[in-house]
Design a protein around this ligand. Sequence first.
Ligand SMILES: [Zn+2]
Length: 321
Amino acid sequence: MASFSQQVKDEIIRLELSGRQHCIKAELAAIIHLAGSLHLVGREQVALSVATESAGIARRIVKLFKAAYTLEGEIQVEEVGKLGKLRRYIIKISPQPELNELLLELGLLSRENTLENDIKPQLVKERCCRAAFFRGAFLAAGSITDPQKKTYHLEMIVHNEDFSNGLIYLLNLLGIKAKIGQRKGKHLVYLKDSEAIAKFLSLINANTGVIKLEEVRVIKSLRGEVNRLVNCETANLEKTLSAAWEQVENIQKLRGSPAWFDLPENLKITAELRLEHPEASLKELGEYHQPPLSKSAVNHRLRKIRELAAKVSKRESGAGS
Ligand SMILES: [Zn+2]
């Protein structure tokens, strides 16, 4: 079965392109920033290539290019990985005037032809464009851990710090809690909070992803509830046992003193049953009696025994001084 990451990406890929040019350009800008590279051809001419491991994503990138620009380009397929099992799809756009316009408009090059590493503010003014931007960012550089795993995690790998700061800033504007980090010289923007991840997924319209995440969240919280109940019962059991051991000590103290012979017969029976069944609960202890006793009757007898044992202790310590 496809990983959760792939499922989310497949869902986004299938989304219709927005009819709005601003959203198409925002999605494309994020993809080129994160998965594209610029090459100098000759002295001044620039070529662009955008690489992805998924045929579906490659198709969507081509669609986005076509919806907003008229460019000449081609797709190359490379086999990668040890056994050539993985493929890489590279969309190559050779130098042409409209490419320069695109790079300028999408904020990849400045007017002076220098590389731009931050997010061009005009592209992400509207909420719809911010959503489109993150859709592109997730397709190009994102991954998400299966929510069934112990911790929730969604991340986007970014090549430079300015861009990761831009992503964090935008996520903040959208009310999505994100963090910044580094791994092997690359920058990460990541989300750890299940609520933030749900918000992010619904922002980029990965609705099936949101539903699955919510389901798992409910199951996990129920499981937490059950664990709490079990822990609570264990705590009660421990309380019962420590009380029982105290009773056993009291009874042994009484048995070693003359007071034992004065002990009323009914208390003696309960005391002996307690010694025989040190781990029984009060209810169980009651059931060992003939005829059976209620829990509160057993409790009453054990309280008497404790009082008598306390008197014995007092007498002993008095005699000792
Ligand atoms: Zn828009």
